[in-house]
Ligand binder design. Structure first.
Ligand code: SF4
Length: 402
């Protein structure tokens, strides 16, 4: 039975938690994480949230004090709170959902490694994270101690990569690889650096968002040591809302940039959190100010209990369409769907290209800036006309009279 506190008790509990946490020390932040039913001390919970905490069918519930401090204790619609606190939606497993919609396990030749694309593999380095995001698409593995990757598992994964010279790009994710001890991450990077075919390593981490103090000078030095002529290290993170773009987050990004690691953002489109044109534009403007380039905007996966987060596919298309022309291309993410069944990612976008009119040898395009139709010629002698969708004479006429 969860005991509900008054707002003043909640605010006092927050103050106590924040003052006992050594704020910039990642270990202290992790030691003082708020877990499961303890959330009742720090939020005025709704009935739906109480049910969600008690009955979630997904990953564990936990947040750092830092990330908690970005949330609103009394507003159940607060975007940060929605990513921390489960609701009753998380206890419903719909028929169309699956714990592993991308079939990563089927595509896993050795424990903890998924080989979906010809030249790229996903290495699941660990099962823990600083905050357990309610929309996490790897809830089947993340936070479960059964999924712990032992050294021998990682060695098998390295062997597999070594024996597959076509693999030149390794995504290290989890869990969050920056939740590993420095020494373990150092070993992983050293191993990857020494495999001749591996040229690219991408660290997938949400720590810049949920625990920016984890991006210490020490871990940056480790990364810098292996970010060399043999191996190029990138970092992809996941800011989902402008409220996450804090001074602390920017400082963490700058520390990564100083060791030559550029940071890209893989936002997830989340109902009631960021499924709004202005919020998404603001987020990506703030990210550019933090020197983070837009990379992806994910259509959320059909994972168990995800109904509270999913939006119609059209929302992602509309939002990215809206952004075009209002922010430089570096700030516009590719809206992607990671196809169920292991089909890999595809990009989905607004239709700016309207087609080709053979008689005039012209293509027609919609402009994001003028909102008008613009035209451009196919080269003389081109033999690619059959490649394009054809514009009929009557449609062409309409375009001319716009
Ligand atoms: S940090 Fe990433 S892996 Fe961890 S819970 Fe959040 S989304 Fe999932």
């Amino acid at each position: 039975m969860l005991v509900q506190n008054s707002l003043s008790e909640v605010l006092r509990a927050r103050e106590e938690l924040f003052s006992k946490t050594n704020w910039t020390d990642p270990t202290s932040q992790l030691q003082n994480r708020v877990k499961g039913e303890e959330l009742a001390r720090y939020f005025l919970l709704t009935e739906s949230e109480i049910l969600g905490i008690q009955n979630t069918i997904r990953l564990l519930v936990s947040t750092t004090p830092y990330y908690l401090s970005l949330s609103d204790p009394s507003d159940p619609n607060c975007p940060i709170r929605r990513m921390i606190v489960p609701t009753s939606d998380e206890s419903i497993f719909s028929e169309e959902e699956s714990p592993d919609p991308l079939e990563e396990e089927r595509l896993s030749p050795v424990r903890g490694l998924t080989h979906m694309y010809p030249n790229r593999v996903l290495l699941f380095s660990n099962h823990s994270c600083s905050v357990y995001c309610r929309h996490c698409m790897r809830g089947r593995k993340v936070s479960s101690s059964d999924e712990r990757m032992e050294k021998a598992d990682l060695e098998n994964a390295f062997d597999y990569i070594r024996k597959h010279p076509e693999v030149d790009d390794v995504v290290v994710s989890g869990g969050d690889p920056l939740n590993l001890a420095d020494s373990r991450l150092e070993w992983i990077l050293k191993e990857l650096n020494e495999i001749p075919n591996v040229k690219i390593c991408r660290l997938g981490t949400r720590n810049p968002v949920t625990l920016p103090f984890r991006i210490t000078n020490e871990i940056c030095k480790v990364i810098e040591r292996f970010n060399d002529d043999n191996l190029s290290i990138f970092c992809n993170t996941q800011f989902n809302h402008p409220r996450e773009c804090t001074k602390e987050a920017k400082d963490a990004i700058l520390r990564l940039l100083r060791v030559g690691v550029s940071v890209g953002n893989q936002a997830v489109l989340l109902k009631g959190i960021n499924d709004d044109e202005e919020i998404m534009l603001d987020l990506h403007k703030k990210l550019l100010e933090m020197r983070v380039r837009a990379y992806y905007l994910y259509d959320p996966e059909l994972i168990p209990g995800s109904r509270g987060f999913r939006t119609p596919l059209a929302r992602g298309i509309e939002i990215v369409e809206y952004m075009r022309g209002k922010i430089g291309g570096m700030g516009i993410p590719h809206f992607v769907n990671d196809l169920p069944g292991g089909g890999g990612k595809i990009t989905i976008g607004a239709n700016w290209y309207l087609g080709y009119h053979p008689k005039t040898r012209q293509h027609a395009f919609r402009s994001a800036v003028t909102k008008r139709i613009h035209f451009s010629f196919e080269p003389v002698g081109s033999n690619r006309e059959s490649y394009y969708p054809i514009i009929s004479d009557s449609e062409w006429e309409k375009f001319q009279n716009q």
